[in-house]
Write a protein that binds this ligand. Structure first.
Ligand code: NCD
Length: 305
């Protein structure tokens, strides 16, 4: 069910398949990430044509911990600077590696890569809607910290239109039975119609609001996201919306003491550093869990788990 399958969208996975990924991750964590070198002799390629810190480095760490070697496309040093197409570039990586992880600003790049490549392709984020492995980490983090995903009230705040981490997370939540999803954003950054349609189709109880105050007391999870400056067609529109929300320790004083704040990171100005030392902080835990979840994922896709 995972073996040699391309990972393009969180929507392609059933709840059972996600639970299986989580159980494998549990075992990896129980063994302090030391599961031998099942990928000895294998090569993982990363093709990131858009900036990344956590996603690329945690994929690289995960692959190396499993014993694989990693080759990284450096787009600014590659023949793409001479005009070589992404398609030709991917063909080469497919000849060199056993697995390709791609990130791109363009919608549909991962699917295109999967069509071009014989080897499995993992989407490390493409365009504005899909970042399936981030959603897997987010869901796993919630399950680990809260013991469950079902029955929780989850707020997702920030850029719900251009933010692919937020969109994928919400899509992922629809695979579980959460109590309610609060969609908190300025009106122009509301989720896209296809995401709203999915929520309605799946009979998810959701509230759409611009006002965090309305939700904060009820939340078990608050998922904060950055306003995606680089994805706005009009920079003036970004300037109008930047700084719409700033999550501070003071603002969270009305929240339940069990509230956990997640953020896919990077943060810019929407999440104050003064939350870092509070029990609400779960975003660094979430980032750290990126390695074991991606180890489980790579191992499953390459058929060694
Ligand atoms: C996100 C992304 O690239 O979509 N980062 C990540 O992978 N953790 C979120 C963002 O850039 O805001």
């Amino acid at each position: 069910m995972w073996k040699f399958r391309d990972v393009i969208s969180i929507l392609d996975y059933t709840r059972d398949e996600l639970e299986h990924l989580f159980s494998v991750t549990d075992v990896i964590l129980e063994r302090s990430l030391d599961v031998g070198k099942p990928l000895d002799g294998k090569i993982v390629a990363t093709a990131f044509i858009e900036p990344s810190t956590r996603t690329r480095l945690s994929f690289e760490t995960a692959a190396k911990r499993l014993g694989a070697e990693v080759i990284n496309l450096e787009p600014h040093l590659s023949s793409m600077t001479k005009g070589e197409s992404l398609t030709d570039t991917l063909r080469m990586l497919d000849d060199y590696a056993n697995l390709i992880v791609i990130r791109s600003p363009y919608e549909g790049s991962a699917k295109h890569a999967a069509d071009v490549c014989e080897h499995p392709v993992i989407n490390g984020g493409d365009g504005t809607q899909h970042h399936p492995t981030q959603a897997m980490i987010d869901l796993y983090t919630i399950r680990k910290l809260k013991g469950r995903i079902d029955g929780l009230e989850v707020g997702v705040l920030g850029d719900l239109k251009y933010g692919r981490a937020a969109a994928s997370f919400i899509y992922g939540l629809t695979k579980f039975n959460v109590k309610r999803i609060w969609l908190i954003s300025p009106e122009p950054l509301s989720p896209r119609p296809e995401l709203m349609d999915r929520l309605k189709r799946m009979n998810v109880d959701f509230v759409k609001t611009e006002n965090l105050e309305e939700a904060v007391e009820d939340l078990d999870i608050l998922y904060v996201t950055r306003i995606q400056k680089e994805r706005f067609p009009d920079p003036a529109e970004y300037e109008k919306l930047r700084g719409s929300y700033v999550i501070t320790k003071k603002l969270l004083s009305r929240a339940s003491e069990d509230l956990k704040v997640l953020h896919p990171l990077p943060r810019v100005d929407e999440l104050s550093n003064d939350v870092d030392d509070t029990p609400y902080q779960a975003y660094f835990i979430q980032a750290k869990l990126g390695v074991p979840v991606r180890m489980a994922l790579i191992g499953l896709v390459l058929g060694v788990f």
